[in-house]
Ligand binder design. Structure first.
Ligand SMILES: *Cc1c(COP(=O)(O)O)cnc(C)c1O
Length: 351
């Protein structure tokens, strides 16, 4: 025990899904997109000599592209190094009250890590038995609210009237809707930002845009929210977005046709795969995401998870209360999902 240790900030870090070095693994454990980024991104000629200089601290080109795409003003868009960075910045900026912030008990497991790290008091609100968010649970006094819609890892989408209920009962705190998976779901809360100046909608390029490795996320909301975020960002690190993120991010936004095509492909595979899961004896909430959250009626999730791993099929398993009999399965290509179904068939039959 060194003396300095008593001054160290103690945190229990978030544990991301495994990134195996072996490329023969069928990787269905971190909700990446099985398809490559847009050909426009892949074929973009880069001028890497530009790396000599600092990048544009405002990332204006990317901010403008996103603002145009969503029909917003540039002052309503903030970009960061993946939505994890945008969310962490948002926690730091908006959750500065003595009252606890609220989020679901089963949700993206980074939320309590940031709250702990930043010493933000928090309270978790239990999902109901069907794993749905109960809007009324968020009506009391609080220091802010954050939830993913669709929620992760439950894959359930809350229709906008639920989001609206939460907003109507929380006009004095910032409400963050983490829309990492919205492209696979229903209507976005983006349509509400003109009505609610306290609503921040956060998106990522990591899932539906197939660019998890590049690290781009963004937030949209009232220009006062965005300006507050920028003040914190510029107090922390001016050059969060580099030349590659800015240029390739713009290319992705400009290829809407490819983007929509890949979303449909994943949704079609999801539809087929869910039917197979039913046939195999799994039950699961209706998925509004690029993953399924499923439990088998006889075989424990942990056993399925470990056996799949031995067959080089990686799934995600959370050893946590209420969800320890569920597997989170990312939708891969048709071929990958067929291999998984074949594995399940064999394993379950002989279990
Ligand atoms: C994947 C994910 C994120 C983070 O994505 P980034 O890669 O950091 O953009 C944020 N929230 C939820 C709910 C996610 O599933």
């Amino acid at each position: 025990m060194y003396e300095w240790m008593k001054n160290v900030r103690q945190v229990e870090p978030y544990v991301p899904g495994e990134q195996p070095k072996d490329s023969s693994v069928i990787k269905l454990n971190t909700n990446e997109n099985p398809y490559p980024p847009s050909p426009k991104v892949i074929n973009r000629k880069l001028e890497l000599e530009k790396l000599r200089v600092y990048s544009d601290p405002e990332a204006s080109k990317l901010v403008s592209a996103l603002a145009d795409y969503h029909g917003l003003d540039k002052s309503q868009v903030f970009v960061g190094v993946g939505s994890d960075d945008v969310l962490a910045m948002s926690f730091m900026t908006f959750f500065n009250s003595d009252r606890p912030i609220l989020f679901p008990d089963i949700t993206y497991s980074f939320y309590d890590v940031w709250a702990e790290l930043l010493r933000i008091p928090y309270e978790k609100k239990a999902l109901d038995e069907s794993f749905s968010i109960v809007p009324e649970d968020y009506f009391g006094e609080n220091g802010g609210i954050v939830f993913p819609n669709p929620n992760a890892p439950t894959c359930i989408y809350m229709p906008l009237d639920g989001v609206r209920k939460i907003l109507d009962n929380n006009r004095d705190v910032v409400v963050i809707v983490d829309e990492a998976y919205i492209d696979y779901a229903g209507e976005s809360a983006l349509s509400l930002i003109d009505e609610y100046d306290n609503l921040l909608v956060v998106r990522t390029f990591s899932k539906s845009r197939s660019m998890a490795g590049l690290r781009i996320g963004y937030a949209m909301g009232d220009s006062e929210l965005i300006s507050a975020l920028n003040n914190v960002k510029f107090s922390f690190n001016s050059y969060t977005m580099n030349y590659l993120q800015i240029e390739l991010g713009v290319c992705s936004v400009e290829d809407d046709g490819y983007f929509r095509e890949m979303i449909d492909k994943v949704k079609n595979t999801r539809e087929w795969f869910c039917k197979e899961l039913v046939r195999l004896g799994f039950s699961f909430p209706e998925s509004a995401t690029n993953f399924v959250f499923a439990a088998h009626d006889r075989v424990p999730a942990k056993d399925l998870f470990e056996a799949a791993k031995n067959e080089k099929i990686y799934l995600r398993y959370f050893n946590k209360p209420r969800i320890d009999n569920y597997l989170r399965i990312t939708i891969g290509t048709d071929e990958e999902m067929k291999k998984l179904v074949e594995f399940f068939e064999k394993y379950i039959l002989t279990y």
